[in-house]
Design a binder for this molecule. Structure first.
Ligand code: ADP
Length: 245
């Protein structure tokens, strides 16, 4: 019997306070890897948006984080900056042969390609970090060839990622330590819950999911979001950015 997915109640959505003062802050002043700063500068990212000011220091602590703010407010950059900085600061130098470290799951091909674009900009001065998309509509064999050489940051849609986990033996995912779900409410609305749960199940043999840093991203999440088995999105396990208490 198919059980209705359990839902969790999230903190309230933040309402802008009237007269709230916004103090400008610069990427240059963050404690992030110098190559990431250089990438940001050469991609002309200078000032942080509000959500970036709020989210970057929290994600930088490696806490599980749920970010909510409107489309276009800069959420993708808000997680990409600390995550690429973590890779660059890792004790052993990361090379593509070590396979994937970060997996970003998106509901659509378009959003996947936008995330790849942002990762390439932030990682512009980090030549050892390889970014790649796994999306429907592309030639799966080309993707296989890239996975064989190694892709540090994989961005893709649930079905295609699942396909490669099941069919591409050279997809090295045992080093994954960070999972991002872009527009996580849309991923669930579009019926990908089963795919995500299967993906997590297949990963569980090789990756310790509870110890991975998990980032949930959404523009439109309601008070209740479906629980995903294996991700445990609860106020105890996540820091909520862009929400109010
Ligand atoms: P969201 O994920 O919230 O929809 P994005 O991270 O995709 O937002 O950012 C929306 C647009 O704004 C993108 O074109 C991105 O390049 C740009 N952008 C994001 N952050 C900054 C920033 N700090 N300075 C200038 N442009 C930015």
């Amino acid at each position: 019997i198919h059980q209705k997915p359990q839902s969790v109640t999230l903190p309230q959505i933040n309402v802008e306070q009237e007269g709230e003062v916004f103090t400008e802050q610069y990427f240059e002043d963050l404690q992030i890897h110098p190559s990431v700063k250089l990438g940001l500068k050469s991609s002309e990212y200078i000032k942080m948006t509000k959500i970036q000011q709020q989210a970057i220091p929290i994600i930088d602590t490696k806490a599980n984080t749920f970010i909510k703010s409107e489309t276009g407010s800069g959420k993708t950059l808000a997680y990409m900056v600390p995550l690429i900085s973590h890779l660059m600061n890792s004790e052993v130098r990361i090379t593509r042969e070590q396979g994937t470290y970060i997996l970003i799951v998106c509901p659509t091909r378009e959003l996947s390609l936008q995330c790849v674009d942002t990762a390439l900009k932030v990682g512009k001065k980090c030549p050892n970090i390889v970014v790649g998309a796994l999306v429907g509509g592309e030639n799966a064999n080309h993707e296989k060839a890239r996975l064989r050489k190694g892709v540090t940051i994989v961005v893709g849609t649930p079905g295609r990622i699942l396909y490669h986990i099941q069919n591409t033996q050279s997809f090295k995912f045992s080093n994954i330590n960070t999972l991002v779900f872009e527009e996580c409410d849309r991923i669930l609305d579009m019926g990908f819950q089963k795919d995500i749960e299967q993906l997590i199940q297949l990963f569980s043999d090789k990756i310790d999911i509870p110890s991975c840093q998990k980032i949930m991203v959404s523009a439109h999440v309601n008070q209740n979001i479906c629980q995903i088995n294996g991700l445990e999105i609860t106020p105890k396990n996540y820091k909520f950015v862009g929400f109010s208490k």
